[in-house]
Design a protein around this ligand. Sequence first.
Ligand code: PLP
Length: 487
Amino acid sequence: MTSVSASGQGAEYAATASEAYQAALRVIETVEPRVAEATRKELADQRDSLKLIASENYASPAVLLTMGTWFSDKYAEGTVGHRFYAACQNVDTVEALAAEHARELFGAPYAYAQPHSGIDANLVAYWAILATMVEAPGLAEMGAKHINDLSEADWEKLRAKLGNQRLLGMSLDTGGHLTHGFRPNISGKMFHQRQYGTDPTTGFIDYDAVAASAREFKPLVLVAGYSAYPRRVNFAKMREIADEVGATLMVDMAHFAGLVAGKVFTGDEDPVPHAHVVTTTTHKSLRGPRGGLVLATEEFAPAVDKGCPMVLGGPLSHVMAAKAVALAEARQPEFRTYAQAVADNAQALADGFVKRDAGLVTGGTDNHLVLLDVTSFGLTGRQAESALLDSGIVTNRNAIPADPNGAWYTSGIRFGSPALTTRGFGADEFDRVAELVVEVLSNTQPAAGPNGPSKAKYTIADGVADRVHAAASELLEANPLYPGLTL
Ligand code: PLP
């Protein structure tokens, strides 16, 4: 297939980026050569591994270079045109651009570009939902106009009075994120939480079960979105459920924002027209810098705008500038080609596993990720992850629904197509990846530790890791990362 590489803009672009990086590394070398060396090595390592971590990608040189500037030196608490610091006119420019691109790209009424990461974006969203929903009658009685005016004692009274600080989110083992109400996480502490899961037989979300749970629990917030659910979500149905019980629908699209941006997920599968608040990271399938974004309806915008300094530290202006560049890239027609290829390639990978009899959670995929149940190979996730890494294949272990091996050792391996699709891999290459993965796992055996059976130790049959690594290198060399970029 045609390359949809992050640096696929031609030889001149690559040559200019090479000059920029060579110069930058020479400057760094004058102070701490070991950092320059590690930076060179990181590129070499990334170039030589099959990166299948579903939450990772390769941002373009334009995005990466934007992060290395003096915007990093600027404090800019507040919002565009309304800062707690002087001389923020240029930060205003880049933050406004990032927000404008985000609004246009996603068709959202409002966008907030300051969150430093996905978790921060979720915290801002939770804060905004609480702040907005409790601005209802009750505050005035306490002599306050806004939640920010409340004293600690008022907060106590308010929690008692509200009686609903409840959150219903997807459970971690069925694919939800820690911040969706997982009990040890702050989201599971600031809210009374309840979790919904997936149908034990099919592995799919059972919307009737979510609705029944919502009717019983009456949450303030219904959270949809996932880190490890290999299927699309019907956000129109989620909104119906939220409306029926008077909840706010928050969608965390951190993983699949690229598929929304690239119009692979439209209609009921596009969260933006259905949710009150949408959060995302910018560095996964969206292929931007590490960071977060919040999109919201007009109703929630004023509270989201208070993210910094209520929830977040000072905005990372250099990263907001890079978000503006990445979102501008995502508005180009090529990004739609990329996003469609991400979905097609995940499908090819899943088909490659299925035809080789490897067990998949839900039996397949229709988004960018595939969850392999490695119990079909007699392994734990930890053993499989390590054996694959020995063979040049970078993945991460992940719990599967009702995981018999718990969240540390796990029974699954999560694969994602965004990064290798950026390198230009197509369906044939992803089928070959499935073949290599199956070759490694079917030649890996659990091994005993000093005290008997171990969930971490393993052995790989002689020669397999080297053979697979060599085959992986062939695929990688045919689809180079940042072609033409030399250090
Ligand atoms: N939300 C979801 C659904 C995620 O998968 C992740 C990351 O793994 C996050 C939030 C957190 O993102 P970050 O690591 O940028 O804080």
